[in-house]
Design a protein. Structure first.
Length: 346
């Protein structure tokens, strides 16, 4: 009984620590930037906004409320989405190198955004730019293509078939993207910056979309935590304990694709978040997806918030693509984690 209480207490403090770390990272990201703002000024600006009073410094309030806060919210929501997708895909495919981009959805969305940039597609009648809309459509279209081909080749949607098709589809989309860039060299810088990830210029509307998609898709993935635990012992064993393997695999793939499509359409392609963060969180919570999936959301939000903070401050007033920071830090962390886990296993 005493041991059980200790485990429950440890679990509670783990959740409190993850949530507190995320909130601290978001608070720091709001206050720190190319224009540093003191904590007192931040609190005064937020207090004025909540009470409807006139801010002491309208310029500071505008920076905080119109620029930084919506960006930080979008960054945190994107990090949470990418991380929970990576944790779900690693559990589903039993592959530590899997993440949300394994299906090739990110590549399809990137091609859609690049086409919108090249052709200058704008949709003034809609609240989102052409790149966002076309990226979302191409992400959904990529999912349809991959699932259709998977069904044609293997109606059981086997893991090996899906991974292989995802890799091939990503390579094909990348080659088409390179072809597009070749015929539009004047758009190279804009396309490259977007495909490496950036949440500059994010709005509260973007944050609302990300929150709505994460709330729905995240809830679906968490409800499937037991089934994902069963996949860890093998698909045949999962079927023996009553799991509808084909249905669960299809639901997880569609859910992850919707989340990835939403993230890529708003922030571009951001690598390594869904690959590295679940491995770090797994060291804290263990492999049980009931704890791993929600904890990955907190971890992913914290990791991407800090990465975005570095991206916009390390070379200020220049801003680096956030994907550069996540790839650099993520690659080092992944090698370290893989080495540490490998030594523990031996």
């Amino acid at each position: 009984m005493e041991g059980k209480r200790k485990r429950e207490g440890y679990g509670l403090w783990t959740w409190v620590g993850l949530a507190g770390l995320m909130l601290v990272a978001m608070a720091v990201a709001v206050c720190v930037g190319s224009v540093s703002i003191s904590v007192a000024d931040c609190l005064q600006a937020f207090k004025a906004a909540l009470t409807g009073a006139q801010a002491a410094d309208p310029g500071t309030a505008s920076i905080l409320l119109s620029v930084r806060l919506p960006r930080v919210l979008c960054v945190a929501l994107s990090g949470a989405s990418l991380s929970v997708c990576g944790a779900a895909m690693q559990g589903l495919l039993k592959n530590p190198l899997a993440d949300g981009s394994t299906l090739g959805i990110s590549s399809g969305a990137s091609l859609g955004a690049a086409l919108a940039i090249v052709f200058g597609l704008q949709l003034p009648q809609l609240p989102f730019s052409g790149s966002v809309v076309l990226a979302a459509l191409f992400a959904f279209g990529s999912l349809i293509v991959i699932l259709s081909l998977s069904y044609m080749l293997d109606s059981s949607f086997s893991t090996n078939t899906i991974i292989l098709l995802g890799i091939v589809f990503s390579m094909f989309m990348s080659s088409v993207l390179s072809l597009v860039v070749t015929f539009a060299p004047d758009k190279l810088k804009q396309i490259t910056f977007w495909t490496m990830g950036s949440l500059a210029g994010s709005s509260y509307q973007d944050a609302l979309v990300l929150f709505a998609v994460l709330a729905v898709c995240g809830a679906i993935l968490i409800r499937l935590a037991e089934e994902l635990n069963a996949f860890a012992i093998g698909e045949e064993n999962a079927m023996n304990v009553g799991v509808d393997v084909r249905r669960v695999r299809l639901v997880v793939l569609v859910t992850v694709s919707l989340l990835i499509g939403a993230c890529v359409s708003i922030g571009g392609t951001i690598g390594f978040v869904g690959l590295v963060t679940p491995h770090i969180i797994r060291l804290l919570t263990g492999p049980n997806h009931k704890r791993l999936l929600p904890a990955s959301m907190f971890g992913g939000a914290t990791f991407l918030t800090l990465a975005d903070l570095v991206a916009r401050t390390i070379a200020a007033p220049l801003e680096l693509p956030i994907g550069v920071v996540t790839s650099f830090v993520g690659a080092i962390l992944f090698v370290y984690i893989y080495y540490k886990v490998g030594r523990t296993a031996r």
